[in-house]
Design a protein around this ligand. Structure first.
Ligand SMILES: [Zn+2]
Length: 60
């Protein structure tokens, strides 16, 4: 049994599995590419919240 956490993207409802994270960390949803922040972790389940980010094309 690996130490991973499970969560659901609040935007696209994709089931996510992540390495261990702590409250306040951010990740990017692989489906919708939104930045999500860990609100809290409980029993191996992540509560994720969308982070308001101005998406910019950082391409050169
Ligand atoms: Zn998503």
């Amino acid at each position: 049994m690996s130490a991973t956490l499970a969560g659901t993207c609040p935007e696209c409802e994709t089931d996510l599995t992540t390495p261990p994270m702590i409250q306040g960390e951010t990740m990017t949803c692989p489906e919708c590419m939104l930045t999500l922040r860990v609100e809290h972790v409980q029993n191996g389940t992540l509560s994720l919240e969308m982070v308001e980010v101005k998406l910019r094309d950082w391409g050169q």
